[in-house]
Design a protein around this ligand. Structure first.
Ligand code: FAD
Ligand code: NAP
Length: 541
């Protein structure tokens, strides 16, 4: 598309929302509430986002459902009952469908349609959004609610296309039941959160399971199970107050009972007591008030390693399932009550790639440096090209034809986790340098979409059509993100997707804001209250 082709003076609608997960559904509802004309585009055939795509066996949330949900509408809060404290994928997708229907936004969404490009016309101050359906929609505001974990990582293993059996990705698991694993020899590559959830379920039906593990992860108990009815009643009593309370916490969820004692002030037996109590309550990360200290984190890491090892009967397997190369929290920790025990079954085999790396995939299976393992099925639980992947999948050109790919060539830059300098009125919720996966992302989706629409309202009220961040604001925000990451044990030393280390050649930039939800929310709204000093506000009043 040339610049001339995108030049236009009249918008087709006010807002285009790309993506129909937690953020996109709420964005369409907020647009409607403000009387804005909105169009939504979603490459999936239904709403749900993450919960549409990741339909692998065992998929469920690990932030409890009674807070991993919307709170903007008291009726929705009171009407929806979760069957489990940590609901499974299909239930979360049904919930998102229920919300989308209740908010009547489904009719605004064009499904099975990918957004291919977004072009900014500087003269008109409008965005042209081009889709795989051949449509170009011109709008004032573009909200790319495309998710942080929505672009599966292509497997970087030789011979992937040579495999003669069936291959499935946890990140796009078939929903039509066509993935048949019964009685099959299944190889699973990857032991992050997805692999850890899927492996015990696959082990229930497969004849043999071979788990190809490159890096062992911390695995702690889940909080799944029956919900505390008193807690649910308390959350439902005043959903607006609940919502405010969530935003005033570090993680954007129900205020947690943080350990009242400091690691630095306890003796060994006091530390052990605090660790055991936190483990029993399933909040091991909060064992101490000063759990962020490297020494406290080292004690927590060692405690988890011991608990993990105790659950595995074979010594070699136990030693290899326990993570030694990074501290707890360096990678996204996993939760499961059944993962480690799955390896106690005779048909579940751990292949430690640290000792015998994969050489290539061959038609009949996987060849490591030690052997060729014959397989009928390979399951790739190999993760995502997180945060920048889905952004780069759209060809985005902003002011002066500046491309997003060039702007983020050295890693993502933005201000307050939502807007990029040179791309006025383009919003990126759930993206880089927001609390993102270190928070409850349902709370984040509501907070960011609220902030985006409160920003739009401010622009309208002040007769100023657009804004984008100042370069110095972006620099400051990147430094701020790095400053908090430096305080988080293992954040900058561990190879994780948080810093792009899972994708060969991706710039290493820590992409998650660890300053906490409360500080993040307050910083956003301080900008609004002060008239957006960190932004260039454009157009005459
Ligand atoms: P998504 O849900 O990712 O939705 C983005 C949508 O945009 C997708 O449907 C995608 O198809 C669409 N899209 C992307 N690009 C385009 C394009 N170019 N054109 C059209 N459509 C496009 N977070 C938690 O807080 N707690 C949890 O317990 C938790 N569990 C998770 C479990 C799994 C398996 C995964 C993968 C993630 C989990 N997360 C969890 C993170 C999760 O991604 C967020 O909680 C949340 O669902 C993100 O919502 P979203 O709307 O921002 O993005
Ligand atoms: P992930 O955490 O990135 O894990 C990918 C796994 O695949 C890692 O074990 C990785 O090993 C391995 N891998 C990748 N390429 C490989 C290769 N070429 N050879 C061998 N192994 C390879 O991805 P994920 O498990 O899909 O999880 C991504 C994120 O989604 C999580 O961090 C979390 O935020 C979210 N999630 C949450 C839940 C939940 O319970 N709420 C469930 C699933 C996902 P290395 O570690 O060595 O790179």
């Amino acid at each position: 598309m040339s610049a001339d082709e995108t030049r236009t003076t009249q918008p087709d609608c006010d807002v285009v929302v790309v993506g129909a997960g937690f953020a996109g559904i709420y964005a369409l509802w907020r647009a409607r509430q403000r009387g804005l004309r909105a169009r939504g585009f979603e490459r999936a055939s239904d709403v749900g986002g993450t919960w549409f795509w990741n339909a692998y066996p065992g998929a469920r949330c690990d932030v409890e459902s009674y807070n991993y949900a919307y709170f903007f509408d008291p009726e929705i809060v009171r009407e929806w009952d979760w069957s489990d404290a940590c609901a499974a994928q299909d239930e979360i997708q049904r919930y998102l469908r229920f919300v989308a229907e209740r908010c009547d936004v489904v009719k605004d969404i064009t499904f099975d349609t990918k957004v291919l490009s977004a072009r900014y016309d500087e003269t008109a101050g409008l965005w042209s959004i081009r889709t795989s359906g051949g449509e170009t929609v011109v709008c004032r505001y573009a909200i790319l609610a495309i998710g942080a974990l929505s672009d599966p990582k292509a497997p970087d293993i030789e011979g992937v296309n040579e495999f003669a059996g069936e291959a499935y990705y946890t990140s796009s698991w078939p929903k039509d039941g066509s993935a048949v694993l019964h009685g099959k020899r299944v190889g699973v590559i990857g032991t992050g959160s997805s692999g850890v959830q899927a492996i015990p379920e696959i082990a229930k039906i497969a004849s043999e399971v071979f788990v190809f593990q490159r890096t062992a992860n911390y695995v702690t108990p889940t909080r799944a199970g029956p919900m505390d009815p008193k807690l649910v009643a308390a959350l439902r009593k005043d959903p607006q107050a609940t919502r405010r309370a969530f935003r005033d916490t570090y993680g954007g969820h129900i205020p947690l009972d943080m350990g009242s004692e400091r690691f630095s002030e306890l003796d060994d037996s006091g530390r052990e007591r605090a660790l055991l109590k936190a483990w029993a309550g399933n909040y091991i990360a909060l064992a101490f008030r000063d759990a962020y200290l490297p020494e406290a984190n080292a004690a927590i890491s060692e405690f988890i390693r011991q608990r993990m090892g105790e659950q595995v009967t074979d010594l070699w397997t136990a030693e290899h399932l326990v993570p030694w190369d990074h501290p707890y929290g360096g990678k996204r920790p996993c939760q499961s009550d059944v993962y480690l025990q799955a390896f106690n079954q005779p048909h579940v085999h751990l292949i430690a790639l640290t000792e015998t790396p994969i050489e290539r995939i061959v038609p009949g299976g996987i060849t490591t440096t030690a052997e060729t393992i014959p397989l009928d099925v390979i399951v790739y639980a190999t993760g995502f090209d997180a945060i920048s992947g889905p952004v780069f999948a759209i060809d985005i050109l902003g002011m002066k034809g500046q491309s997003m790919k060039d702007t983020w060539a050295d890693g993502p830059v933005n201000y307050l986790g939502t807007m990029v300098q040179g791309f006025p009125n383009l919003f990126l919720p759930s993206s880089a340098m927001s609390p993102s996966v270190l928070s409850n992302m349902a709370t984040l989706a509501e907070q960011q979409i609220d902030f985006i629409f409160d920003t739009i309202e401010w622009l309208d009220q002040h007769g100023r059509p657009r804004l984008h961040p100042r370069p110095e604001s972006q620099r400051h925000w990147r430094e701020e993100t790095l400053r908090y990451a430096e305080r988080r044990p293992g954040a900058l030393t561990t190879k994780s997707w948080y810093s792009g280390a899972n994708i060969p050649g991706k710039p290493r930039v820590f992409m998650v804001y660890c300053g906490g939800f409360q500080r993040y929310n307050e910083t956003c709204y301080a900008e609004l209250e002060r008239g957006f000093p960190g932004y260039e506000v454009m157009g005459s009043p």
